[in-house]
Design a protein. Structure first.
Length: 70
């Protein structure tokens, strides 16, 4: 995330409007950038993750290495 916000009505919102409610996004993001600050909520990823009420499991998948190559 940067300080830039993109919002096109009913089409595109970056960062996503519900990012702070999505543990499946916040947990992996916290692994790589826990101190990254949301540009409009002014909270870090770590802070948002601590407050999220999403109890869905987020697990590391065991994908074949060739799937991850560009």
């Amino acid at each position: 995330m940067s300080e830039r916000v993109i919002s096109v009505p009913d089409e595109l919102h970056v960062p996503h409007l519900l990012l702070h409610e999505r543990a499946f996004v916040l947990r992996p993001l916290a692994d790589v950038a826990p101190d990254l600050r949301h540009p409009t909520l002014y909270q870090t990823v770590r802070e948002m993750l601590a407050e999220v009420e999403d109890d869905h499991a987020v697990e590391v998948a065991d994908y074949p290495a060739e799937w991850l190559r560009g």
